[in-house]
Design a protein. Structure first.
Length: 207
């Protein structure tokens, strides 16, 4: 191992009640290969953008209940059509040098060449459940990134205001297919016939 590679090894700051990633001195220097190795070895949720590691908050129970409900709805719908839907943690390469981990991601064809073992090279639809610690990440940043990746449809499921925003790719940017609220059914342009009750989605977290 070279001195440079050694300098970029993961640093652990041990405290009395936790072990935290110390990334401050290394940000901007990480390579994609180091990111992939790190995320293979740690249980933390980490995304990667141009040399910078971004450590995400661990999902809450409510978050996971919503993701589970949507996964089962998509899984059930896709079975007759042979599509494939999976859930985080699973890395998605936006482009070389940028990796994200959507809550849900799917391809219409399970034999799609983007469906790779270590990480996906794209998707037909992704879903993010908005995190209360940084809502703008899912509502403002991620639409730009998933559009950059050429993903045809992006669902933003927001427990903060109980809305589901469905975005569809038009050219190089997303346009609103709809902003759906309780009492309505969220629909997909990509998945003809797929619809979910907004009220049922958010009621799932109250189990």
């Amino acid at each position: 191992m070279s001195i440079g590679e050694h300098a970029l090894e993961l640093k652990l700051v041990r405290r009395t009640d936790s072990v935290e990633l110390d990334l401050s001195s290394l940000q901007g220097l990480w390579t994609e290969q180091q990111y992939l190795k790190l995320t293979n070895q740690t249980k933390q949720f980490i995304e990667f953008a141009d040399g910078v590691l971004e450590v995400l908050a661990m999902p809450t129970r409510s978050h996971q209940l919503i993701v589970r409900w949507l996964f089962l709805a998509l899984y059930t719908f896709l079975q007759p059509h042979n599509g494939l839907v999976l859930f985080a943690p699973l890395r998605l390469q936006i482009r070389p040098g940028k990796q994200r981990e959507p809550d849900l991601l799917l391809v219409l064809d399970p034999h799609d060449a983007r469906n790779q073992e270590a990480y996906w090279l794209g998707a037909d639809l992704v879903v993010e459940v908005v995190s209360p610690d940084d809502p703008e990440r899912d509502t403002l940043l991620k639409p730009k990134e998933y559009a950059e990746a050429g993903i045809p449809e992006y669902w933003i499921v927001n427990p903060l205001d109980e809305t589901i925003t469905v975005l569809v790719l038009v050219g190089a940017a997303y346009a609103e297919h709809g902003v759906f609220r309780c009492g309505q059914q969220a629909t997909s342009r990509l998945l003809a016939g797929f619809r979910v009750s907004v009220e049922a989605v958010f009621a799932a977290q109250k189990v």
